[in-house]
Design a protein around this ligand. Structure first.
Ligand code: NAD
Length: 501
């Protein structure tokens, strides 16, 4: 199939795919109790994707009641590890069988390139499901040092009802980072997808039922953050909120917890991640590719986006030119075109945020090297070209605030100490990268950089086997890896006093 045939085929599928719009509670597709809905539109061209349920506190309550009943009667929690594992594997199989449909829904809902949804979002969501399916029968408790008079052990128990609140940038992928380990530990889940991207969450939960997950164990309530999200986070019968999103909402969630039942809160928040290129960088072309894609992938809407590029003064003009050349090849296009590698931003509002930061950077005196404008306006979608600013002062807005859009700021440094000082001069601490051929310098950087993820000579070079999360105001609690399981469990200490036999 050539490129234009592939595009025609995708457009045809997009015209006929069923766009999920209802909540899924107690195994049934339902409307909101008050009938409220909001129009979900595609950021790629503004088409309507249907009127989606806008859940209220009453809808959240019935989802929590359903999840609580499922938890307390043990229909999922008390299944053997072998049985739970079989269901989660069947779930991964069904997601795989529907991968094309899910990728199409994800691309329509977010404006991300269909190729990325097919190659990255959906396979990673499925892989996450399989990883926790495999992990769940390998979780052991502990036996305390034995004595003739006492036997003590510690055992992990599921928390109960988990409220998962997720963002729109990788909707299904982020949802599965929460849902899969929470289910693996035996919990029930109420998932609140972002209002901009509800479709794959709803479809995924329908498919979970087909895989044999008992009703009520996974409920999905779409709706706004203010109404559905807040109601979930304030609910007295939710044991934990697992969140990915902005620091602003993260702060609210901690407040809601304090004002309700002191539920646990786990926060995966934003970043202003630095990538440092030392003069002994082993491969400047590879580093330039990485520098460009580390900020422009997913239209810059990535929490680990390397939005600050720190370059040593000796190589700066050469290196910046290489990054600009790579970025020139990253051209905004129709998200549904399989040839597109850079799509639309999630919404008009997010586009205007990015354009606002671009205007501020110009005003504050940075030099624009590339981009800077809205493009493809005639499509009805929200596109901003890859944009690069050089000469960004460390005090400038672009050096300090998360844009969550395709805007790169370049900062020059003179020596290692200065590089670490600039890199760590941020309230965030999610990811950091360093390019060097010097092993000692690489290890020093890994130690010195205050971030939950550090990558040497590559960006985002990790997977489900490694923990993911931030230092400082990038949040706390970890997704991915076996470490993620602990946050969905309580640790119970049991002691037997032993008498004479
Ligand atoms: P957001 O915080 O506005 O929204 C995230 C989710 O929170 C959505 O589902 C939203 O409906 C909900 N929400 C909003 N207000 C709420 C409230 N008052 N109570 C409860 N829930 C509420 O973030 P966003 O704009 O959707 O996503 C962008 C942000 O997310 C960026 O700051 C980005 O860095 C961050 N992010 C972080 C990670 C990570 O893993 N650390 C991953 C992706 C995105």
């Amino acid at each position: 199939m050539n490129d234009s045939e592939a595009l025609v085929r995708t457009l045809k599928r997009a015209a006929t795919v069923r766009c999920p719009t209802d909540a899924l509670i107690e195994g049934r597709s339902v409307a909101a109790l008050d009938g409220a809905r909001f129009t979900n539109s595609a950021p790629g061209d503004g088409r309507s994707l249907g009127d989606v349920v806008s859940g209220s506190a009453a809808d959240i309550d019935r989802a929590v009641v359903s999840a609580r009943a499922a938890f307390e009667d043990g229909r999922w929690r008390d299944q053997t590890a072998k049985a739970k594992k079989a269901v989660l594997h069947a779930f991964a199989d069904i997601l795989t069988a529907h991968a094309d449909e899910l990728a199409l829904l994800e691309s329509l809902d977010t404006g991300k390139p269909i190729g990325d949804a097919e190659a990255v979002d959906i396979p990673l969501a499925i892989n996450t499901t399989r990883y926790y399916a495999e992990a769940l029968d390998k979780i052991y408790g502990e036996v305390a040092p034995p004595s003739p008079t006492r036997l003590s052990y510690a055992v992990h128990e599921p928390l109960g009802v988990i409220g998962a609140i997720v963002p729109w940038n990788f909707p299904l992928h982020m949802a599965m980072w929460k849902v899969a380990p929470a289910l693996a530990m035996g919990n029930s889940v109420v998932l609140k997808p972002a209002e901009q991207s509800p479709m794959t969450a709803i479809r995924m939960a329908e498919l979970a039922l087909d895989a044999g997950l008992p009703t009520g164990v996974l409920n999905v309530v779409p709706g706004t953050g203010d109404a559905a999200g807040q109601a979930l986070a304030r609910h007295m019968d939710v044991d934990m909120i697992a969140f990915t999103g902005s620091g602003q909402v993260g702060r609210l969630l901690m407040r809601y917890s304090g004002e309700s039942n002191l539920k646990r809160v786990s926060l995966e928040l934003g970043g202003k991640s630095p990538q440092i290129v030392f003069p002994d960088c082993p491969d400047l072309d590879a580093a330039a590719q990485a520098a460009a894609w580390a900020i422009f992938y997913n239209q810059g809407q990535v929490c680990t986006a390397a939005s600050r590029l720190l370059v040593h003064r000796d190589i700066k003009s050469d290196f910046v030119q290489r990054v600009v050349e790579v970025a020139k090849t990253i051209v905004p296009g129709d998200p549904l075109d399989p040839a597109t590698r850079f799509g639309a931003m999630i919404s008009e509002a997010q586009m205007n945020v990015a354009l606002g930061y671009i205007a501020t950077a110009e005003r504050e005196g940075a030099q624009r090297m590339l981009g800077g404008s809205r493009v493809r306006q005639e499509s009805g979608g929200y596109y901003v070209e890859p944009t690069i600013f050089d000469g960004v002062a460390t005090t400038a807005t672009l050096a300090r605030e998360e844009v969550f859009g395709p805007v790169l700021g370049i900062i020059e440094f003179g020596d290692d100490e200065e590089a670490y000082a600039i890199a760590n001069d941020t309230v965030y601490g999610l990811a950091a990268g360093v390019w060097t051929a010097n092993l000692n310098r690489a290890h020093a950087a890994a130690r010195r950089l205050k971030a939950g993820l550090v990558w040497v000579n590559g960006w985002d070079a990790c997977d489900i086997t490694m923990p993911f999360g931030g230092f400082k105001q990038s949040g706390f609690g970890r997704d991915r890896s076996l470490h993620a399981l602990a946050k969905y469990a309580d640790l119970k200490a049991v002691s037997f006093t032993l008498g004479a036999a």
